[in-house]
Design a protein around this ligand. Structure first.
Ligand SMILES: CC(C)(COP(=O)(O)OP(=O)(O)OC[C@H]1O[C@@H](n2cnc3c(N)ncnc32)[C@H](O)[C@@H]1OP(=O)(O)O)[C@@H](O)C(=O)NCCC(=O)NCCS
Length: 150
């Protein structure tokens, strides 16, 4: 299920010397949105382990309103793969808001940890986790057990 995890606006302090938004600033916002998506399903710590398929499709400008959507794509034994979509709406001189447009997307992977030890997602789900998340976590835990036994 796709969820709006973070919403905000671009301000002049977020811009690079060419007047566009820093790519690293956008990536940081996307990482935080992914971490919120993770915190909403597990009750243990989690760290970012990888970012893949990162695409900067269109520039982002001062004043744009951004909406970061997240969706849990896959759950392994201790990892969660999240699709993160950074969308914007711009405001023109006549104060008209543009259509919502996807400008950056990427896949973030988080690993559940307790201290420095990785732990099973399935054993740390929040009680209100959705049925599809519970099913993915169950499959993730048991597929790893099969791999370890074979
Ligand atoms: C994340 C971390 C704890 C994983 O440790 P590890 O010894 O590689 O753990 P494991 O080998 O048991 O792998 C754990 C999971 O991460 C996945 N993983 C590990 N390295 C990966 C990589 N480079 N890319 C994608 N997935 C990776 C494994 O496939 C495994 O998934 P699964 O349990 O769902 O099957 C460790 O790499 C770490 O602490 N990294 C630094 C994290 C960090 O500081 N992030 C930035 C700030 S939040």
């Amino acid at each position: 299920m796709r969820t709006l995890s973070v919403k905000g606006r671009v301000y002049p302090t977020d811009l690079n010397h060419n007047g566009g938004v820093f790519g690293g600033w956008i990536m940081g916002k996307m990482d935080k949105a992914a971490s919120i998506a993770v915190d909403e399903i597990i009750k243990t710590g989690a760290v970012t382990v990888s970012v893949t398929d990162l695409h900067f499709k269109y520039p982002v400008h001062n004043g744009d309103i951004f909406y970061i959507y997240t969706e849990i794509m896959h759950i392994g034994f201790s990892s969660i793969l999240i699709d993160v979509d950074f969308k914007i709406r711009s405001i023109d001189e006549e104060n008209q808001l543009s259509e919502l447009k996807s400008v950056v997307d990427a896949k973030f992977k988080f690993v559940a940890v307790e201290g420095k030890k990785t732990v099973a997602i399935c054993d740390h789900l929040r009680p209100d986790a959705t049925e599809d998340v519970i099913a993915m976590a169950y499959i993730g835990k048991h597929s790893k057990n099969k791999t370890l036994k074979s």
